[in-house]
Design a protein around this ligand. Structure first.
Ligand code: ATP
Length: 610
């Protein structure tokens, strides 16, 4: 405990307060008017208690004086009126204090809502700038979760505490003016009595923060278990496998561990808070006794005694409120450091600006491309290939051979570690990201099933035509989704998924057709990529999908990933991948003739159909 009293421990305490300035400016930018209102109400609520105490003294002394004169007064009303006026004045002051407190609370609650929204938007904006690799980094993900969980309430809390502190300092200063007239020592005793609680609070808020930080991975795991146990997309499998007891047990075990830590901290914090708080009470009663003695001795009037007692009591509570505000500010600062750490994460270096390549019409080139996922094994080695506009490429290979990874590099979701990828003769890095993405239409195997109406599920494929019904229909026709969409209760306006009212669930194959149609929304794309688009479709549907795909992609570069050789065989170039490398390439006929891996796998599948 005493370690926290050493000066060395105070340096981080004060340096961490540096986020206060940013929080203040954030609040100011959110609403200058309300911040000014807060300051005004704080000032009034700070000064008035001392004024009330002073009027209290006038009342008591007035009463003593009036009581002496009342018996022999010829006009009793004239004796009473001044005292009654003082009582009325005190009442008015108390009403004003109440008014300013209410005004403070109202403004705080409005500001809380606006600031929370503002900080959340800042966090989401930042999340939008992060690269996929950063998103997949669990440490960064933890920071994001921490920032989202706590940070939105902290700036206002910090500002409130800053104001509470100023309010109490103003009260203290005004009480100080009154107290010093009694004795400067009285002031010193009260200040000294409150310091130990302050140091213990500061120390424990630091510990609470470290606990919060340490436990974020566990909290994330707990949230994940919650999702598994309470979301429609996982619950059926969880039930069928009877996983509920196991998952709930894990959930409880995490809680028990976290709770244990928290309980220990809370108990220590409470115990020390109580012991050190006693010191404050002790100093108060010592001062109390002193004032009583002085009054009995006749140095102080009864009115002065009442005033000093009130002032002692109130300055002590103002002091401890002020000190609690400081340690609370320290705590808020720690949480804000989290937020700013996240907001200041470096993002990918500047993007390119090209909207046209150096060699228009050159198509797509991979030159000795190598890549490893952050923290993972190498996923691609020395990939070289060239695809001209209008050509079609099929990627085949066993699970995990790197097919999807290749597409992720092509769409610049990741950057190659070595080699380069060129579109129309220019490195993808030099292309303007928006232009690049407009030129590529991709459907990944784990496409998103948006809980939106059908039409919007197609519209996401081209944000410029998000609500264009005509385009929805054309795309659905190309993706073979029009028939079943027309049969839905509200056609293209039918809500999909089960999260929202009247939502309809689709079958796996129907969802895949929605995804396929989404790719067709992207009219500007001259490179189309389908990553296992037909895995959930029946054979007839698959044949029809590919017939259309060939028809509509005649003048486009088409890349297809599939495990079905019946769909692969018609591609101009077939590339066979294994363990991140290209092991064979050629047309269907030439690969069969070569008698390599492709030929073997093809025979295997064909035998399965015979
Ligand atoms: N986000 C990721 N982070 C780390 N490693 C990954 C990630 N995605 C894939 N990998 C790894 O990269 C390798 C290649 O995966 P990829 O998804 O490209 O395979 P694929 O050929 O598309 O497989 P499939 O036929 O199963 O779809 C695998 O070893 C996989 O474990």
């Amino acid at each position: 405990m005493l370690r926290s009293l050493r000066p060395a421990n105070l340096a981080p305490f004060f340096s961490i307060l540096s986020y206060s300035r940013r929080a203040l400016s954030l609040v100011w930018k959110t609403s200058p008017l309300m911040m000014a209102g807060l300051a005004g109400a704080t000032l009034i609520a700070g000064v008035l208690p001392a004024v009330a105490a002073w009027v209290g003294q006038l009342i008591v002394d007035g009463v003593v004086d009036a009581a002496e004169r009342y018996a022999e007064a010829t006009e009793p009303l004239a004796v009473l009126t001044p005292v009654l006026w003082r009582v009325a004045l005190e009442g008015a002051i108390i009403a004003l204090i109440a008014l300013s407190q209410r005004a403070l609370e109202a403004q705080q609650s409005l500001l809380r809502a606006r600031l929370g929204q503002r900080v959340n938007v800042m966090i989401l904006d930042k999340a939008g700038e992060l690269s996929l690799a950063q998103f997949e980094n669990s440490e960064i993900y933890d920071r994001l979760t921490r920032a989202r969980r706590e940070a939105s309430t902290r700036p206002l809390s910090l500002v409130n505490r800053t104001f509470t502190l100023s309010q109490n300092l103003i009260s203290l200063a005004s009480f100080g003016v009154l107290l010093v007239q009694f004795s400067p020592w009285a002031l010193a005793i009260i200040v000294l009595g409150a310091l130990p609680v302050f140091f213990s609070e500061a120390r424990f808020s630091g510990e609470a923060f470290r606990l919060f930080r340490w436990r974020s991975p566990q909290m994330r795991e707990q949230r994940y278990l919650e999702t598994l146990l309470a979301r429609e997309d996982s619950i059926s499998e969880v039930r069928l496998f009877g996983l509920e007891p196991l998952l709930r047990q894990r959930y409880r075990a995490i809680f028990a561990r976290l709770y244990d830590e928290e309980r220990r901290l809370t108990l220590r914090r409470t115990l020390w808070g109580f012991i050190l708080g006693l010191l404050g009470t002790l100093t108060f009663y010592a001062a109390y006794g002193w004032v009583v003695l002085e009054t009995v001795a006749g140095t102080l009037t009864l009115g002065q005694m009442t005033m000093y007692l009130m002032v002692f009591r109130q300055s002590q509570s103002a002091l401890s409120a002020g000190l609690t505000a400081i340690s609370g500010m320290y705590e808020d600062n720690l949480y804000l450091s989290n937020l700013y750490e996240f907001l200041e994460l470096p993002t990918e270096p500047g993007q390119g600006s090209l909207t046209e390549g150096e060699v228009p019409g050159d198509g797509l080139r991979f030159e000795n491309v190598g890549f490893a996922y952050p923290g993972g094994r190498s996923a691609l080695h020395d990939i070289s290939l060239h695809l001209r506009p209008g050509e079609s490429l099929a990627l085949v290979g066993e699970n995990g051979s790197g097919k999807t990874t290749l597409i992720k590099l092509l769409t610049r979701l990741y950057q190659p570690d070595s080699g380069r990828i060129l579109l129309d003769g220019s490195d993808l890095r030099d292309w303007q990201l928006g232009t690049l993405r407009r030129r590529i239409g991709v459907i990944f195997q784990d496409f998103v099933r948006y809980q939106f109406p059908v039409g919007e599920n197609l519209g996401v494929g081209d944000i410029d035509a998000f609500s264009d019904e005509q385009r929805w229909r054309e795309a659905a026709h190309r993706g073979l989704a029009d028939d079943f969409i027309d049969a839905l209760p509200e056609g293209y306006h039918t809500q999909l998924g089960r999260w929202f009212k009247n939502g309809q669930e689709l079958s796996g194959g129907q969802w895949q057709r929605i995804a396929l149609s989404r790719a067709w929304m992207r009219e500007s794309a001259d490179i189309l990529v389908l990553d296992e688009p037909t895995a959930a479709m029946d054979a007839a549907a698959e044949a029809a999908v590919f017939e259309r795909f060939r028809h509509y992609s005649r003048d486009k570069t088409a890349i297809l990933i599939s495990h079905r050789f019946s769909t692969v065989r018609s591609a101009d170039v077939i590339v066979v991948m294994a363990q991140g490398r290209i092991i064979e390439r050629g047309s269907h006929a030439s690969l069969l003739a070569a008698g390599g891996r492709y030929a073997r796998l093809f025979e295997l599948q064909a035998a399965g159909y015979r």
